[in-house]
Design a protein around this ligand. Sequence first.
Ligand code: 5AD
Ligand code: SF4
Length: 470
Amino acid sequence: MQDACAPETEEDVRPTGDTPEKRVFIKTFGCQMNVYDSERMADALGSAGFAETDAPEDADLVILNTCHIREKAAEKVFSELGRLRVLRETRRELGGGNLMIAVAGCVAQAEGEEIARRAPLVDIIVGPQSYHRLPELIERRAGTRGVVIETEFPAAEKFANLPAPKLRSAPAAFLTVQEGCDKFCTFCVVPYTRGAEYSRPVAQIVDEAKRLAERGVREITLLGQNVNAWAGEGPSGKTWTLPDLLAALSEIDGIARLRFTTSHPNDMSEALVAAHRDLPKLMPYLHLPFQSGSDRILKAMNRKHRIEDYLRIVDRLRDVRPDLALSTDIIVGFPGETTADFEETMRVVERVHFAQAYSFKYSARPGTPAADRPEQVPEDLKSERLARLQARLFAQQTAFNAAMVGRTLSVLWDSRGRNDGQIVGRSPYLQSVYAEGDPALLGSIADVEIVAASQNSLRAVIKNLDEDAT
Ligand code: 5AD
Ligand code: SF4
């Protein structure tokens, strides 16, 4: 996600549906927007008689929803296709019918022809703006011999044609409000895979949020590659920006928590900063990538801001919301990055103190301007810098979590824990919290006392249930 493809999720597998006529298994790679897209693909296919399964062996259709942001992410598609080839052959040998295979998402968009060439077993290649047409593409594939490729661009058409989101049990949901990017950072594929910036209309977003609330969702995370560049026409004809939208969504009964990701520093308006002070439902957590602490590198990245601009925004945010937890994305080893440039990145980390961070070695992406630059940084130097950076970031995250011990936090319980009798949820600062608790609490918000902390989670004791807490 990008700034936007930002926080990467674990590969995610959608849950099993009811006894299906046909079954689809969707495997998601990459960012939260892909998680959202996978759910909407399942919605679109639900209308065509497909139920979801979490077992590829049971599926009539397998979709890989792919990520192209870094080389490693893109490579996963081909190794996954290797596994699917075996699955399909085994099924054929056992006389178990056909398995249709689709590749969706950003690799499909960027490398559609290459996939068709390298992996002839693929039946359908569908880009991130075209997946609402999956039912029709499946029919088209059934009636032809070759692969069906659909990578057209208009995002508006997709949103207008998707069915309403289906009931899902999780009390925290994603809602895409903006897609695409016009910023063209020189390392990034997103402007090419997701296309130009597009903001969904206000009414469509509010309607989707209300439906989510009616189905028990308590927390909504607004998604966009440049979510803080979202703009739309408000009910009175006035242009709304993200803080106006957040204020409107705050009014929806049942929605107790709002978040948004991912943001670009240049679209971090004073009104959006102020929303962190004025909207109690807006959680005190912000993902704001800075990528590099060096102005020279920021310029080469075409980030269009200097590091002092970033730090000024951080200070403003902390003026209005002193407890705000900050998360970020950082790239090490961008072409031409010297030791001095890298030290500047380390200085920013020391100055800001991040609650969480995603850090990456620069990965040259075909077709992006930085990929052709001659001063590529050797891999071992990138690894060395990343190790040093991550050691500091992990220490900061651990310290941030440790500071919660003894405090009372409100937690939205969203799933059962690994151990019997445990439930897991999220704090306002997006920390994973677990406690001994009745599964009947899932979907509710409760005050808990934090009794222990580690780098990745907090342990809590449940005090009292408070439905209105945020
Ligand atoms: N190499 C390494 N990291 C990248 N990102 C985006 N493109 C690249 C690349 N070519 C990172 C950025 C972005 C996050 C989602 O992924 O930090 O914010
Ligand atoms: Fe984010 Fe830059 Fe990529 Fe746009 S081009 S998604 S702003 S990293």
